[in-house]
Design a protein around this ligand. Structure first.
Ligand code: FES
Ligand code: FE2
Length: 412
């Protein structure tokens, strides 16, 4: 006899009106829906583009392609030490000032077409052959700024520099509680991954906030280190936090046991950076937002910042995944991984092991995401089912759909 259905997590969040019904695949497969999403979701949101420590010195800059905005941004640290962000579009005749994703240090930005020069703060400072122009007001011809603000050392941009929510309002419940965690003197960027993936960008958000798949998809690797085939890794209702737009899930360590490969055993024995149980890390306190329930079985938190950022946050490391959709079935990804610097050769082995384990986890999730993209686009099924354990995925679709409907209602 089947066990009676229980929905403890859905009951916790009943007031959000997420429902329990199957969800239509339209938002996962429809090019028309994606076109609205670009404006309704990405066009109105603050988007994380990097970290202040990526550009620590005056003149440091990077160029970031923001595909959902169909633009590239120059993000720079100017002489006043503040960070600025502009469209990479010259105000003379609209050519790219720089023109490709890159990072570097410059005294100014000189357009590659006719040589107009813009300061690190975007102001127009020199016009080639100035006397030949009929009407020019240099004060109005600086690079076109977007809004930029900082949260815990992360640089966020919003398309409209004049109107919209502040970053603090946008982050809402997430804004407080992480003070001191992303300490640049403790965590250093140790690796970066980039890729062009055949998937709807939401599919990676999906697999990050449910553990239902972990005992199957990740059975062979580090996160499944303690998993047995068929084991269901369940999330406690208290480990799931659904906010107005964002969401957070506390992931427990696995259950069961498997034999470690020799390199894994070495890494586990000496490897501070790869586990939460290293003495160096035990001494480090974590801020209140992490493992908010003080769960003794806690491994790490997943924090999803709407609409396109995933953070893996543990005592030992953090990773930031940025999803940049190009179309309904294609997404560029950028992953930055931060860990403490290894202090000896054994910790270096452990760090490398941690990195390849994370890489394998990500590849496994992306493999599923690419498969889903193909399978759902084929159109054989029209809706998908989410269990109580997958309520954070349901929440993700509901938040996007709400933004899309609200946008369309305003246009009508
Ligand atoms: S388009 Fe930049 S100087 Fe002409
Ligand atoms: Fe996964």
């Amino acid at each position: 006899m089947n066990a009676p259905q229980t929905f403890p997590i859905a009951e916790t969040y009943a007031a959000m009106g997420l429902g329990k019904s199957p969800v239509t695949v339209e938002s996962m497969t429809s090019p028309a829906y994606f076109e609205v999403e670009k404006k309704a979701v990405f066009g109105l949101s603050w988007l994380l583009v990097g970290r202040e420590s990526d550009i620590p010195a005056i003149g440091d800059y990077f160029v970031k392609r923001i595909d959902p905005w169909n633009t590239s941004l120059i993000i720079s640290r100017a002489k006043d030490k503040k960070i600025y962000a502009f469209h990479d579009v010259c105000t003379h005749r609209g050519m790219h000032v720089i023109g490709s994703e890159q990072t570097g240090n410059r005294k100014a930005f000189t357009c590659g077409a006719h040589g107009w020069v813009f300061g690190l703060d975007g102001k127009l400072v020199d016009v080639t052959d100035r006397p030949s122009f009929y009407e020019l007001d240099e004060n109005k011809l600086g690079l076109i700024a977007v809004a930029v603000d900082i949260w815990e050392g992360f640089i966020f941009v919003r398309r409209d520099a004049q109107a919209g929510e502040s970053l603090k309002e946008f982050l809402g419940e997430v804004y407080s509680g992480y003070e001191g965690y992303f300490d640049d003197s403790f965590f250093h960027k140790v690796d970066q991954y980039v890729g062009d993936i055949h998937m709807n960008y939401k599919f990676w958000l999906d697999s990050s906030v449910e553990a239902y798949h972990a005992g199957v998809v990740h059975i062979q690797n580090n996160t499944g280190q303690n998993a047995k085939s068929g084991t269901v890794l369940s999330l406690a209702a208290s480990a799931i936090c659904l906010y107005k737009r964002h969401r957070k899930v506390g992931i427990p360590v696995g259950v069961g046991a498997r034999e470690l490969a020799p390199c894994e055993a070495l890494a586990a024995k000496y490897g501070g950076p790869i586990t939460s149980y290293d003495p160096r890390l035990q001494a480090r306190s974590i801020p209140p937002a992490l493992n908010a329930n003080s769960d003794t079985n806690w491994a790490f938190d997943i924090l999803e910042i709407y609409p396109n950022t995933i953070m893996f946050l543990s005592k030992a490391m953090y990773a930031v995944i940025m999803l940049w959709p190009i179309s309904v079935d294609r997404c560029r990804i950028a992953v930055d991984v931060y860990m403490p610097e290894p202090e000896n050769a054994a910790e270096r082995v452990a760090l490398e092991y941690g990195l390849v384990s994370l890489r394998d986890v990500m590849r496994e999730d992306l493999n599923i995401a690419e498969g889903s993209t193909d399978a759902l686009t084929a159109g054989a099924i029209k809706e998908v089912y989410f269990s109580d354990q997958e309520i954070a995925v349901r929440h993700s679709y509901a938040v996007v759909d709400h933004a899309v409907k609200e946008y369309l209602a305003k246009q009508a």
